[in-house]
Design a protein around this ligand. Structure first.
Ligand SMILES: *Cc1c(COP(=O)(O)O)cnc(C)c1O
Length: 340
């Protein structure tokens, strides 16, 4: 049987043997009673890493983002974010449904907004306007092709938020991809953001879960919201063990995913059917096709047992990950060259 090369997302990975072993050996308890030692260990480990008081393990990144929105705002408030944000595009309208918020959508550089853009979009204190209460940023920026914020730009945004009493949330589903590239530390981020969401089921390669980081007081509220969202889990330590394993073994190796993505990007620039390739900063490669549709390329690739996803008009996205090695890269390159 031919092996399928799955580049649809970095969520498609399966646990490694070492991770499975850590999972099977986990000590567990009922986490709704705060009695799962492995979940507690994961939460403490990540909080410590980021210099945050507290953390909460949740089933998905959508849930950690949605909880963060809820605990950082009041109904009728407005959230400033880029128009490509996951919280706006890919969370099913939860921003309105779960928290009764409206988004103020900005058009940043590959999804990265600036302090001056934030400043210009804070509503005046006038009953006609929704109250601006939160700025939500994404790093790396998925829809921007895995683009990275500089710490300087983030600090400038924080300073505007401080001047105007706004809270700041980070959708850090792929934050470790950014940290591996920039060398910035988790603590740099812990200092800047009120709430941070980290995914373990993306590049880190765990099967399930995300963690929300914040103050003790906010995480207490978050736990209440997680319960009502249906996200209280019981012997979740089996899953948390995979996340602890990922923190210990799968961070540095993200650089390999980035190297393979770079090569895929370089090769793709030479292809006749490609108009341009977005800059490749981390593990995401977006091809902008010349005169063919995205579904054309996806079905051509399928003939070679290679999967990718449509990412807008004439755009196709590839994401490299832990289950995509150099041999898979070589096969993908050969297939792309044969197609065009
Ligand atoms: C994947 C992702 C999430 C969370 O997605 P889930 O599938 O709910 O875990 C959040 N933000 C970004 C930018 C993502 O890529």
């Amino acid at each position: 049987m031919t092996k399928t090369i799955d580049l649809r997302s970095d969520t498609v990975t399966k646990p490694t043997p070492g991770m499975l072993q850590a999972m099977s050996e986990a000590e567990v308890g009922d986490d709704v009673f705060d009695a799962d030692p492995t979940v507690n260990a994961l939460q403490e480990k990540l909080a410590e890493m980021f210099g945050k008081e507290s953390a909460l393990y949740c089933p998905s990144g959508t849930m950690t983002n949605q909880i963060a929105l809820r605990i950082s705002t009041r109904p009728q408030d407005e959230v400033i974010c880029d128009k490509r944000s996951h919280i706006y595009l890919y969370e099913g309208g939860g921003i309105a449904y779960n928290s009764m918020l409206s988004p103020k959508l900005l058009d940043g550089d590959r999804g990265r907004i600036t302090a001056s853009m934030v400043k210009e979009n804070i509503n005046p204190d006038d009953i006609h306007f929704p109250r601006t209460s939160l700025v939500s940023l994404e790093n790396t920026m998925n829809k921007g092709g895995g683009s990275i914020y500089s710490l300087k730009d983030l600090k400038d945004i924080r300073s505007i938020c401080d001047d105007h009493g706004l809270r700041m949330h980070l959708d850090g589903a792929r934050l470790f991809n950014a940290l591996v590239e920039t060398g910035d530390s988790p603590r740099d981020y812990g200092k800047l953001f009120d709430t941070i969401s980290i995914c373990f089921s993306k590049g880190l390669g765990a099967p399930v879960g995300s963690v929300l980081l914040s103050s003790k007081k906010k995480i207490k509220e978050a736990k209440r919201v997680r319960k009502v969202f249906g996200g209280g889990m019981r012997q979740a330590g089996y899953l948390a063990a995979a996340c602890i394993y990922a923190l210990d073994h799968h961070i540095d190796r993200l650089a390999e995913d980035h190297r393979r993505a770079q090569i895929l990007g370089e090769v793709s620039r030479e292809l006749s059917f490609v108009r341009q390739v977005y800059p490749v900063d981390t593990n995401i490669v977006i091809l902008d096709l010349a005169d063919k549709s995205e579904s054309w390329l996806l079905s051509e690739l399928e003939k070679y047992h290679i999967l990718a996803v449509p990412f807008g008009r004439r755009l196709v996205r590839f994401v490299t990950h832990l289950n995509f090695d150099d041999e898979d890269l070589q096969q993908t390159i050969e297939a792309l060259r044969e197609i065009g």
